[in-house]
Ligand binder design. Structure first.
Ligand code: TNX
Length: 524
């Protein structure tokens, strides 16, 4: 009996090893980011055939189109058809799964002959496809892959930890137009980020068309920080970006920063100032001059004038009418005024009457705002008088205008002298039970080109994506760094000018990207 079992296990072992050595060189276990909730790898593979069927059930049409797009960059010819179970790719929406998978979760099962993706919603299927995408060779990101594709068999069940996984781009200090914003949306989608906050207005520039207040863009959009770009989004462009984002499960969150950070509006509509200009203190600029500096906290509406509320209602009204998402962000940062609290309460009620949820920087919680108000925490210093839902953007982990490594040129360091490292971002621990998620801003006083913006966002936004998606017990910095390194080539193919964090062993070849030359950064 004993010798039988030894022989048996020897034969089994040989067989097993043969199997492995025949397959191993082809495929490594894919590096998925963010780390899914449950993953069970199997030893065998699914081989992509020259012809493939993608079948989908009712409601999964858009997902089928996404999957087909992914397969287009392989050698396979794929056909989509309605159906539940075909050999090949199956996309299934099943609303009953919402109970276990929520709105954004999914199951992904790969067997020898089938790749099954299921979710309660299109958002969940979209994320199943993003996970699958990371299992394909990086080349599919911008070229046709002709070598045989084998996917590891696996069973994944995945749900996000937080509903809010955001990225913020300041288009006010230095303008970034539709092309860059859409590129950013594409990259966010790959890492399952779902909110894009656009900081649309500030002292240096007003970046969104408001039809009833045309001078905001005729005059107010002309400025920028020294060396930065000016410009604005028309409402058509804004809506187009919003639709592009929605197709990728991303909600645009527009911010109109009031009652401070408002000089661009004050120069366009001088009647929003006090008659003696006491609301501009110190006087960094005087209407009709533009402001090109970096200082903050010196401009505000004349809060004694009732007319400013007509202005606020008009602007927020138009923003609400072109915004499909649930949120309007009213800023509210870095200003002191006796009437600040009164202003915040009034602005909140204007937003609520427009049917939207109000968001503001943490200072707003000095006022007794409604408990539906969402507070965005950035320095943690505010003495709040209310408990509200919180978005965590604490600067020591999430301010990506800060240096990637100590001393990096053209970066801030006021929050943390050494900047914000990949590890600072990754190791952020959510402790407040009111937290609905995380968001990382890139302020652009010193970010003057697309390449520089890429360098600040990436790869730290990938670390933040894992903080937002992956449950604490499944997070591991060492594993993250390894998986991140393995994604270098994919980022190259996607033309991301990411910062090559020295702690990561990058599998990288910048020549794979479309622009292989790095633009030198301009200095101010
Ligand atoms: C603080 S944090 C700001 C921005 C600046 C940024 C620069 C916050 C709500 N406001 O106005 O651009 O610091 O790091």
């Amino acid at each position: 009996m004993k010798s039988f079992s030894i022989k048996f296990s020897l034969v089994f072992l040989m067989f097993f090893q043969l199997g492995l050595s025949a397959q191993e060189p082809n495929v490594e276990k894919p590096a998925i980011i963010p780390q899914p909730a449950e993953v069970e790898w199997k030893d065998d593979f699914f081989t992509l055939q020259e012809r493939t069927v993608v079948c989908f059930n009712s409601g999964a049409e858009a997902s089928a189109a996404w999957l087909q797009r992914l397969l287009q960059n392989t050698y396979t010819q794929s056909y989509t058809m309605r159906g539940e179970n075909c050999n090949g790719f199956n996309l299934n929406i099943n609303p009953e799964l919402e109970e276990t998978l929520g709105k954004e979760g999914y199951n992904l099962d790969i067997s020898s002959s089938n790749v099954r993706l299921e979710a309660a919603t299109e958002a969940g299927l979209f994320y199943a496809i993003q996970t699958l995408r990371q299992m394909f060779p990086s080349g599919i990101e911008n070229e046709k892959v002709s070598e045989e594709i084998k996917l590891s068999q696996v069973s994944i069940t995945d749900t996000p930890r937080f509903e809010w996984r955001g990225s913020m781009l300041d288009v006010a200090r230095s303008f970034f137009g539709p092309n860059y914003i859409k590129k950013h949306i594409d990259r966010m989608a790959l890492y399952k980020l779902n909110k894009l906050h656009l900081h649309l207005t500030d002292d240096q520039g007003w970046r969104i068309e408001i039809k009833q207040k045309p001078k905001l863009t005729e005059l107010g959009s002309k400025g920028a920080v020294k060396g930065g770009r000016s410009g604005f989004l028309t409402q058509e462009e804004y809506k187009d970006i919003q639709e592009y984002a929605a197709a990728r499960n991303i909600v645009i969150v527009p911010e109109i920063d009031i009652p401070g950070h408002i000089y661009a509006a004050l120069m366009a509509y001088p009647e929003l100032n006090c008659d003696d200009l006491s609301n501009i203190e110190p006087r960094r600029a005087t209407p009709p001059e533009l402001f090109h500096g970096y200082e903050v906290g010196w401009s505000k509406f004349c809060l004694d004038k009732p007319e400013i509320y007509d202005f606020v209602a008009t602007v927020l009204g138009e923003m609400a009418s072109i915004t499909t998402g649930d949120y309007l962000h009213i800023g509210g940062d870095e200003i002191e005024d006796e009437r600040y609290r009164e202003f915040v309460i009034k602005a909140d009620s204007i937003v609520q009457n427009l049917g939207k949820t109000t968001i503001g920087w943490e200072e707003v919680t000095q006022a007794a705002v409604d408990t539906t108000f969402i507070s965005q925490r950035w320095n943690g210093k505010t003495k709040s008088v209310v408990k509200t839902p919180i978005i965590e953007s604490i600067c020591s982990s999430f301010y990506f205008d800060h240096a990637n490594v100590p001393g990096q040129e053209m970066t801030n360091n006021w929050c943390q002298e050494n900047g914000v490292s990949l590890k600072d971002t990754y190791n952020f621990k959510v402790t407040n039970p009111n937290t609905i998620g995380v968001e990382a801003p890139v302020w652009t006083e010193m970010v003057l080109s697309d390449e520089a913006a890429d360098d600040r966002f990436w790869p730290r936004s990938i670390a933040m994506a894992e903080v937002g998606w992956t449950k604490e017990e499944n997070k591991d910095y060492k594993s993250f760094i390894e998986r991140l390194g393995a994604q270098g080539l994919r980022l190259d193919f996607m033309d991301v000018n990411y910062f090559r964090s020295p702690e990561v062993e990058w599998n990288s070849d910048p020549k794979k990207g479309i622009f292989s030359e790095f633009m030198p950064e301009s200095k101010f």
